[in-house]
Each structure stands twice: as C-alpha cells, then as structure tokens.
Design a protein around this ligand. Sequence first.
Ligand code: 2P0
Length: 328
Amino acid sequence: MSRQPATAVAHPNLALIKYWGKRDEQLVLPHTGSLSLTLDVFPTTTTVTPDPELSADAFTLNGVEQTGTSAARVTAFLDLVRRLAGSTAHARVVSENSVPTGAGLASSASGFAALARAAAAAYGLPEDARTVSRLARRGSGSAARSVLGNLVIWHDGKGAEDPDAASFAEQVPGPRLGMVIAVVSARTKAVSSRTAMRETVATSPYFPGWVESTAQDLRDMRAALAAGDVEAVGELTESSALRMHAAIMGNRPPVRYLAPTSVALFDAVAALRAEGLGAWATADAGPNVAVLTRAEDVPTLRDRLAERFPDLRLISAQAGPGAHLLDR
Ligand code: 2P0
C-alpha cells in the first residue's frame, strides 16, 4: 500500500569509536559496535513520494537526476522498503544534501538516515527509532547512527538470537561535546569506504586486532561518557581513529586516507592539548580532520586552529538532532 509523500531531515555523524568492517554484507552487520556524535551541520533533506504510475524509481540529488551506482543503491534500498511494506509502488526521491559528497564527511549517513525516515512514513512502515535505525543500516552502516541525535551507540548484535533485530542504534548519555571540522579536501576520495572496508576485512593482518581492541574501547568509551570524563572520551576517540587508519594502511593493496595536512592537524591538536585546551583529533575515510572538544570550547578551538591553519575551511559543529519528519 502506498501512502502520502513524506519529507525527512537528517544530519551526519562522526564516530568517536569507529565502525570498520562488516561481518554480513547483505544485512550490513558490523564486526564491532561503534559510537558517534550526531552533528548540527550539513543536513540532508529528502522527500519520498510513492507513485504506482512510475515504472522505476527516480532519484534526484541536489537537482540532478541520478543514474549509476548512487541510483542503484537507492533502488536497492527501496526494494527492501517495498518488501517490508508489501508494496509494488516505485517512488520519486528528491534529496538536497549540503555535505560535500564523498569527502569523508559521512554524506551516506545523513543520506540514508533521511531516506529511511521518509520512506518508513511514506510506505507505512513502523516509525519507531529502533526500526528506522535498523532500516537505515541496510542503506549504509553509519546511517543507523544518524537516526538518533547527540551521542549514539550502534550495537553489533553479536550473540543475539536474531542479530538483524539486535543491531540498531540508540542514544547514550554523556557530556556536552562539539567539534571543529578542518576541511583538508572536499574532493571525492579515490577508494570508497565500502570498498576499503571490505579489503581491510579480507587482507589486513591487523583486522583481528582492530576487532578485539574496538570491543574493549567501546566498553571503556561508554564508561567514560557515563562518568562525564571528557579527557578519557577524547583519548579513546583519537586512539580509535588512529587504530582504524593503521588497520586500513595494512590493506593489500594499501590505502592511506590521511594527507600530510591531516597528520599536521593531529600534531597541532596534540600541541593545543599541551597548552591546556581539551581537544582530540579524529578522521574518517578521507583526509579531513574533526577535532572533538567540550561544547563550550568550540569557538576557542576554532580560533586556535585558524591561527595555525589560516588556509583551511573550519566548520564549527555542536551536537545535532536525530532524523525527523518535516511537515510539508
Ligand atoms: C564510521 N566510517 O564509523 C566509519 C569511520 C568511515 C570511517 O562508517 O558500507 O558509509 O555504507 O556501511 O557507513 C563509512 O562507511 O559504510 C563509515 P557502508 P559507511 O563512521
């Protein structure tokens, strides 16, 4: 049964404890849980309009009709939605995404979180956060986390009778945190995170160590957040990022996402810490660096980074909301 058009907005998230590696490609079940901060910048707004008259799905991103891989991913996702909803109606999907696409700023997270939220409403699926986050997960793993706001854990679902049902995201309590993102490059990366992640699982000798240490880091991170221990949160954040990049550099063929300027940013952040500012660096599958700090320290951190890197675009971000419907 098809319903009304629905419009949803979602924001990107940046992982403090990273997700890197699937144990089930079909269901998008991760090898480890992960934990992130949903941001208040770069929203994606997506409208899904089911239309029984359409002979195929149509996907427009930032005003441009999409073909190829990105359209195929949206259609595969809508096929799942239709299966769950018992519908045969194709849909028009119109999306406005303000994230620089493909730059390691998690455009797929906000994209599939907004799509899942809007599609669930448009096709009459259950709309609770757990169900929507499981659905978003099937589009892109990190999208499961953007369904929720602020600090969010995505459970790996391991050991559960039904791992698919147990691998969802939910909010966790913690201190007020913010970030400053340094845009080292807004170009599309050479190797997609999906591909590099698969190759890490298959070829990196460091992957088993990554899985084992991440399970412990996640437990420690939850404890640090619950205790409001921002220093410990920051140290775990920086360490998880560097361990992930180490595992990725162990790929064959190797993949290195960090650029010389990225490494210089990690050094500058360490220097700021030595000067007494609570700041910790992280980086996703790209050269951009996000610097975690206490919410109230974001403006100071931005100023201090601007002094050292006058040519870089710096974006201040606070904790943002989960995916939600808009009245249109
Ligand atoms: C994360 N990243 O935890 C990690 C850290 C990038 C580096 O999740 O294949 O687009 O769609 O499940 O979620 C990026 O990978 O991968 C990612 P798929 P996704 O945020």
